[in-house]
Design a protein. Structure first.
Length: 279
């Protein structure tokens, strides 16, 4: 599932306005209904970001992989419910009813997964439905970085990775100054983990200077990654891959300059191009 977004594209030494297809990202609230002793209990299990479609398969795999159920036979039904909300009119709630309490790991549910059930997804637009702690926007015009700095940052990031050359299967996030110098880098098999590690490192070493820095990530950019960067007040985020729709919406709301599809001679600016020197 995708949608068209207008972007400012740099290619072959020129900038031009184009339309770009972006993968849709929406929150999915997963709830469980199961029998505990003689009473039926309904609980919110998790809220996850996903591309809409095949939601039932997602829930089946999640419940089995987390060993909440031992077999798919323990699942009586899976059904989407609630109003069709947001820009794309999608049902963002799903309920799995379990039929065999003896095989259901209730203690694991209570220990690892129960969350605040007042999600508020239903009846609101997707972005408004999510809890965004940050209230202040990033600096709308600083720092300013050149197209050369943008294009070179993924290569500098990869050169700084110690594990990628060994495995080819690990993500990285890097903190750069506006001149393109790498300040800090962290790696992890998970994109979110790599960014968490980078932010933790920079906080510990007091390295953040938002008016003079940006962050580059090795993969695609989704809502959760943009939200993590937002918490640091860094106003420019660069990714080798594509951003999702919700990542673009969040970046736009907080004046973050979001840049994706960075290659040797091209990139896309999805939001706030004021921080990129276009001359």
């Amino acid at each position: 599932m995708n949608s068209k977004y207008k972007v400012l594209k740099y290619s072959s030494n020129n900038f031009k306005d184009v339309e770009d297809l972006v993968s849709i990202e929406e929150p999915l609230e997963i709830s469980l209904k199961y029998k505990e002793k003689d009473n039926w209990v309904e609980q919110t299990l998790s809220i996850t970001m996903r591309t809409p479609g095949n939601d039932e398969d997602l829930v089946r795999g999640f419940l089995f992989n987390e060993q909440i159920v031992k077999s798919l036979n323990d699942i009586d039904s899976i059904e989407s419910y609630g109003d069709k909300v947001g820009q794309y009119k999608i049902q963002n709630k799903i309920l799995a009813t379990l039929n065999n309490s003896e095989n259901v790991n209730i203690s694991k549910i209570k220990r690892d997964f129960l969350t605040n059930s007042s999600c508020g997804v239903c009846g609101k637009s997707s972005l408004d439905a999510l809890e965004i702690i940050k209230t202040t926007k990033t600096n709308a015009s600083e720092p300013k970085i050149s197209k050369d700095v943008i294009i070179q940052s993924p290569d500098i990031l990869r050169e700084g990775q110690s594990e990628f050359s060994k495995t080819g299967g690990i993500h990285a996030s890097g903190l750069f100054n506006s001149d393109g110098k790498l300040i800090a880098l962290r790696e992890d098999v998970g994109r979110h983990n790599a960014l968490d590690k980078l932010i933790g490192c920079a906080l510990e070493k007091k390295q953040f200077d938002p008016k003079n820095q940006f962050i580059t990530c090795s993969g695609r950019l989704n809502f959760e990654l943009v939200q993590k960067v937002l918490m640091t007040d860094i106003g420019i985020m660069i990714g080798v891959g594509a951003p999702t729709s919700l990542a673009i919406d969040l970046a736009n709301k907080f004046d973050i300059t979001l840049i994706g599809f960075v290659k040797r001679d091209s990139f896309n600016i999805y939001t706030n191009n004021k921080k990129v020197k276009v001359e």
